[in-house]
Design a binder for this molecule. Structure first.
Ligand code: HEM
Length: 509
């Protein structure tokens, strides 16, 4: 049976296409079987998850998805590395900090996020690239560091985040105030969704001058579809089938993917119209962020965006919303479970000038510790992948291991950050205090990635989450209804059920 999200996507395409897809799948399995390779001596001495004859772990991967398969591989490899065969590919889990650091510092020639578009790589980034077009995640080569530099100057820079602070504050305050009518305790059925909407409005306002970006739920819906499809192995199967029959050119979207891409482009067009109107009416106002990104990458102060900025308009549909929703949701869950932590945070907030950028950005150590601990325990990007392009020895492996072209290397940030091996017996406990006064840098913490391709937007994301959390807790007592929330490891980290909260205005309790 097709998984739900593909099914949802499939209903768009009509039943005949779903039948064709199912038949195609059977043919593809035949194709994979035919092209299947032997796993003998691929990584001698490294533990292997055998799975089924010929197909290896493919059925498990298709049925349960990458996170579950990864969990099994991690449990298998006590030396920090293990592997399995998925059809005609090898999937390697590297789960030791030194090895992870090594893989994450490989140059694009050795490893990239999506690999050769002529072959099914199973990488979520390949699906993503077909859905939203070329973007920084896929970029390799000399252009990459320039593009990263542009992002970093805009989002990971104190001066530019200072310039954005008033907007963050204004949008956060408006969204917090809208949670409840004056003086009335109100139940919010899904707090994550409300924070995602804040993030969307913030992006809309910052990039284009469109605070209505979230209205109607269309952008959030599109972003959820993109995320679901990217993390799902089935679109790779479907794509492989179409490649095999030469119905699609390597790297190009399939027909149904192109439909989704057209919907994303429509949202972007709407935002660009709003930007152009804003620019016409405010010729002397500071440039909106997308225009800044464009100017920094060779575009003009008016008219079409630079190719790099244009890429970000689509990338932004999928990136940057769920991270803020996730951070706030898990903070509320943990603070409710740990009233002593909530009390410390409230004490710090009550004695700080929280309308001052510098205070909230860098002078509230307990707030920082809470956000760090939430990102340690619930890293919204829980894992990543690299596809090997050029044979290379994994130097930090205790047993000799040669990584070969086409291998898919899975790296679990979640495992590193919650393993008792590295964080001690209380690794799974919420203890913000571990980050007060710095922390032991030997403990692996990579919620924002590591090395030359780490996150280029995390300072903006953290600042925005902190502002929202502070405004929320200043205005309401927040009560999380259930205390049994668990983590669901999907494309991103989620909760297993919607998080219901009651917000009671502080002046009414
Ligand atoms: C809590 C918020 C966020 C978290 C946890 C997060 C996490 C990450 C992680 C783990 C990576 C590395 C992925 C890998 O190793 O393959 C990454 C990369 C990236 N992030 Fe973030 N991110 C966040 C917010 C943002 C925001 C707000 C932006 C928008 C500017 C952004 C844009 C990017 C981009 C473009 C990359 C790719 C960089 C490159 O390939 O050179 N992220 N992020």
């Amino acid at each position: 049976m097709l998984p739900d999200d593909l099914h949802k996507f499939g209903t768009d395409m009509g039943p005949s296409i779903i039948v064709t897809a199912a038949v195609g799948l059977l043919m593809l399995v035949g194709f994979l079987t035919f092209k299947s390779v032997s796993s003998d001596d691929v990584l001698p001495g490294i533990p292997e998850l055998k799975g089924f004859p010929i197909l290896g772990a493919l059925p498990m991967y298709l049925k349960h998805g990458a996170p579950q398969l990864l969990g099994k591989l991690i449990a298998l490899g006590d030396n920090g590395i293990s592997y399995t065969k998925v059809g005609n590919r090898f999937l390697v889990s590297v789960h030791d900090p030194a090895m992870i650091r090594e893989v994450l510092t490989y140059s694009g020639e050795i490893a990239s996020r999506d690999g050769d578009p002529r072959r099914v790589s199973w990488s979520p980034f390949s699906t993503l690239q077909r859905l939203i077009g070329h973007n920084l995640f896929n970029c390799v080569g000399p252009e990459t560091s320039h593009q990263r530099g542009v992002f970093i100057r805009e989002f990971n820079n104190t001066k530019s985040n200072f310039a954005k602070f008033d907007t963050i504050n204004k949008v956060a305050t408006a969204h917090v105030n809208a949670l409840a009518d004056d003086g009335l305790a109100t139940e919010i059925a899904n707090i994550t969704n409300r924070v995602d909407n804040f993030a969307l409005a913030l992006w809309g306002e910052t990039l284009y001058g469109n605070p209505q970006n979230h209205v109607g739920g269309r952008v959030l819906h599109l972003s959820e579809i993109v995320l679901d499809l990217a993390g799902n192995p089935w679109p790779s199967v479907w794509y492989g089938f179409q490649l095999f029959l030469k119905l699609v050119s390597p790297g190009e979207p399939t027909r149904s993917e192109a439909k989704l891409r057209a919907k994303i482009e429509k949202v972007v067009e709407g935002n660009m119209e709003i930007l152009e109107e804003y620019e016409r009416h405010n010729p002397d106002a500071p440039l909106k962020t997308i225009r800044n990104l464009s100017v920094m990458s060779g575009g003009g102060r008016r008219g079409p965006l630079s190719p790099f900025a244009a890429e970000f308009t689509s990338l932004n549909i999928f990136a940057g919303h769920h991270s803020m929703g996730s951070n706030i949701t898990w903070s509320l869950i943990e603070l409710n479970k740990h009233p002593e932590c909530m009390e410390k945070l409230m004490t710090e907030m009550n004695s700080a000038n929280t309308i001052d950028f510098t205070t909230i950005n860098s002078k509230m150590p307990y707030l920082d510790a809470v956000i760090m601990e939430v990102n340690r325990l619930y890293p919204v990007v829980h894992a990543t992948v690299r596809v090997i392009n050029r044979e290379t020895p994994l130097a930090s492996s205790k047993k000799p291991a040669i990584l070969k072209p086409g291998m898919l290397i899975y790296l679990s940030y979640l495992h590193l950050q919650t393993s008792t091996k590295y964080w001690g017996p209380d690794a799974k406990e919420f203890i913000p205090e571990r980050f007060l006064g710095g922390y032991n840098k030997d403990q692996p913490l990579m919620s924002f990635g590591y090395g030359p391709r780490n996150c280029v937007g995390y300072q903006f994301a953290i600042l925005s989450a902190k502002v929202f959390l502070v405004r929320l807790l200043q205005r309401y007592r927040v009560n999380v209804r259930d205390h049994d929330h668990e983590m669901k490891v999907n494309t991103l980290i989620e909760t297993t059920k919607p998080v219901v909260v009651t917000v009671s205005p502080v002046n009414s309790v």
